[in-house]
Design a protein. Structure first.
Length: 657
């Protein structure tokens, strides 16, 4: 079968089932972003509310909506778990994020959105898409007034060099104030070159570089008893100006795709690196109800994190009437090197959390670094059946070979080796004209979170661990709206700080929940995305039995709700108005479960004005977040407290030339 016919047949099998329209919509969006010749790649037209099919999480450009994000899916971080993909292929990313010069957007693969996805992961997957050249190559200019002050200036260029050869790249500079009063400065450059010598072959090379010119560390608060800190003055920097870091981070890679006949070969090879000139932290310890506390900073030697990774995949498609079978062999590999440790605590004496006192940077003698290396090879085999108007079945098995070596400053080496056998079974079935049921079980082997800056073993990464997810649900197509209701249970080791602020495994965490989503056009003018998840989060282990930890971890919440509306009135052509509502239930505020942080709801408002200027598409975008300037505290799983970002206003101009 010719390639174009085979592509259409595969897409029609998925879409015509009415089994997985959210998956079909995600496929359509992915193809739109990945293939030249579609105007959806224009920068001026970016609108995340208009481009999603559910409320579970997605980003377009620098805007993100949904219940979940790249750092939180069902209560866990898929990024920290190592579940990052670029164009569907595994990358072990050493850096904190990609720049918008390289990336067009991201999609969260969890629940129904992960159905049929090869070798899914319990904590969910974040799949990033590269910028591609549109039907009419453009030069985009972006000027933005950042939310709390500062500015972003960037330019993105899309070029079709000749048939089959095109490039998309850009540069940017950003200086911004963050909601807690810290300041960041960075420059970025990134892009990709795509070469398609024929309809069945494609090669993409990409690179992304960000230079941190000076990023201050946010202050962290730790109380000395079952209470919250008093209200503080927001956007007031109370740390030490010299507690900051600089350094480069970059990602580079090669993507290859070859599709002869009924075969599909894919390869991704990646290099990722992050360097910091110093390790830092600034903490307020033993905070009292009146705001008095003990101030402490930390400084450490420069660190480096480097990683090489790859994924090679071969898929054989077999068409059998209205059924499509596919068998995939998968190899993933990574090799990672990390330095950490050597930090020195600096006692700055007593103070008040709302009254900054600045000191000269002290001269300290750093300790020696600990060096960690990780190698992992995973061989996988998966089978996928798509049966038109019936359903879909996906089976997978993986064998992992994991080795971690840690060399301490005294020369001793500690090694960990594991060889877990993993599996996944997911399926969906059509129950009626508009109703689909789905479910599955996934066992994974995922990275553990890295010790935060507030830990005495800052930047240490504990060994990877086995995890498990079970989920099920229903999808209902109601006119143009799509509703999803699901349940899930995820089991993972819990990592946190002990009484000495050492970061390590503290027990086993089980997140159970009910998630609901409703998305789609209400009218031609009004787009709706609404979702909620109800949590039951439990903790078990020796620390719980001994009373050092509560039976629910610090930072656990009972509910998360999001509502997004985008309205384009017929009486105001070129204008659109958007509303975002985020609401959170009660949160556990301390490790012993004695402090409860009250529920809160935040309102965001925005508008867009799209028009033509000298035949150029222009969008002016204004956004007001936390409209009523609500104040509140957030607790993290590492016991520290931060206040909610205050009211902010951003204004941007995007022009496609």
């Amino acid at each position: 079968m010719p390639l174009d016919q085979r592509r259409n047949h595969r897409s029609s099998l998925v879409c015509a089932q009415a089994v997985n329209p959210p998956l079909c919509s995600a496929l359509t969006l992915t193809l739109c972003l990945a293939m030249a010749g579609d105007a959806c790649a224009q920068r001026a037209a970016e609108n995340v509310v208009r481009s999603v099919s559910d409320a579970f999480g997605a980003s377009v450009g620098n805007e993100q909506i949904g219940l979940y994000s790249i750092s939180n899916v069902r209560g866990f971080s898929p990024t920290a778990a190592g579940n990052v993909r670029v164009e569907g292929l595994f990358i072990d990313r050493a850096t904190r994020d990609f720049s918008n010069r390289l990336i067009d957007g991201s999609t969260i693969r969890a629940g129904l959105a992960a159905q049929g996805y090869p070798l899914p992961a319990p904590t969910g997957i974040v799949d990033f898409s590269l910028r591609r050249v549109a039907d009419e190559p453009t030069h985009s200019v972006i000027v933005e007034r950042s939310a709390y002050g500062g500015a972003l200036v960037a330019t993105d260029l899309q070029v079709r060099i000749r048939d089959g050869l095109e490039a998309a790249f850009g540069v940017g500079y950003e200086a911004r104030e963050v909601g807690d009063g810290t300041n960041d400065k960075s420059v970025s450059a990134g892009g990709n070159i795509r070469y398609a010598p024929s309809d069945i072959a494609e090669l993409t090379v990409f690179a992304d570089y960000i230079e941190e010119l000076g990023n201050q560390f946010s202050q962290r608060y730790f109380t000395d008893g079952p209470w919250l800190p008093p209200r503080v003055t927001t956007r007031k920097f109370v740390g030490q100006p010299w507690v900051e870091f600089k350094g480069p981070r970059y990602n580079a890679g090669l993507l290859a795709n070859y599709r002869p006949g009924n075969w599909d070969y894919r390869l991704g090879v990646f290099r990722s690196s992050r360097e910091r000139d110093i390790q830092s932290a600034q903490l307020y310890l033993e905070v009292q109800p009146d705001g008095s506390a003990r101030r402490q900073s930390a400084l450490g030697p420069p660190t480096t994190l480097e990683s090489d990774s790859l994924e090679a995949r071969a898929t054989r498609y077999i068409l059998e009437g209205n059924r499509q079978h596919s068998l995939t062999v998968n190899l993933r590999a990574l090799q990672r090197y990390r330095d950490y440790g050597g930090t020195v605590g600096i006692d700055l004496g007593p103070g008040n959390i709302d009254e900054p006192v600045f000191y000269d940077k002290p001269e300290v003698e750093f300790g020696e670094l600990t060096r960690e290396s990780v190698e992992q090879f995973t061989l996988g085999l998966s089978y996928d059946l798509q049966w038109e108007n019936i359903g879909q079945l996906n089976l997978g098995v993986q064998q992992a070979d994991y080795t971690r070596n840690v060399q301490s400053p005294d020369g001793q080496t500690v090694s960990v080796e594991e060889n877990p056998l993993l599996y996944n079974v997911t399926a969906n079935a059509r129950l009626g004209e508009r109703l689909v049921a789905y479910g599955g079980i996934v066992r994974g082997f995922e990275e553990s979170p890295v010790a935060p800056s507030s830990a005495t073993n800052q930047n240490e990464a504990p060994p990877a661990a086995q995890t498990q997810q079970i989920d099920a649900g229903l999808r209902l197509a109601a006119g143009k709206l799509t509703a999803v209701a699901g349940v899930f249970e995820i089991e993972k080791p819990f990592f946190g700080l002990d009484e000495n602020r050492f970061f390590g495994e503290q027990g086993m965490q089980v997140n159970r929940g009910v998630e609901l989503s409703l998305a789609g056009p209400v009218t031609d003018a009004l787009q709706l995305v609404v979702g909620t998840v109800l949590y039951d989060i439990g903790l078990s282990g020796d620390a719980v039995d001994a009373g050092r930890l509560a039976d629910s971890p610090v930072g656990a919440i009972t509910r998360s709700t999001t509502v997004n509306l985008d309205y384009r009135p017929a009486w105001a052509p070129g204008w659109s108005f958007d509303l975002g509502l985020t609401s959170r239930g009660e949160q556990n505020g301390d490790a012993q479960g004695l402090v409860k942080i009250e529920p809160r709801t935040l309102l965001d408002l925005g508008l867009r004005r799209q028009f033509s200027l000298a035949s150029n598409d222009v969008v002016i975008r204004g956004r007001l977040t936390n409209v009523f300037d609500e104040f509140g505290w957030d607790a993290s799983s590492t016991n520290d407290l931060r206040y909610v970002a205050p009211r902010a206003f951003s204004l941007s101009l995007r022009m496609d030339i």
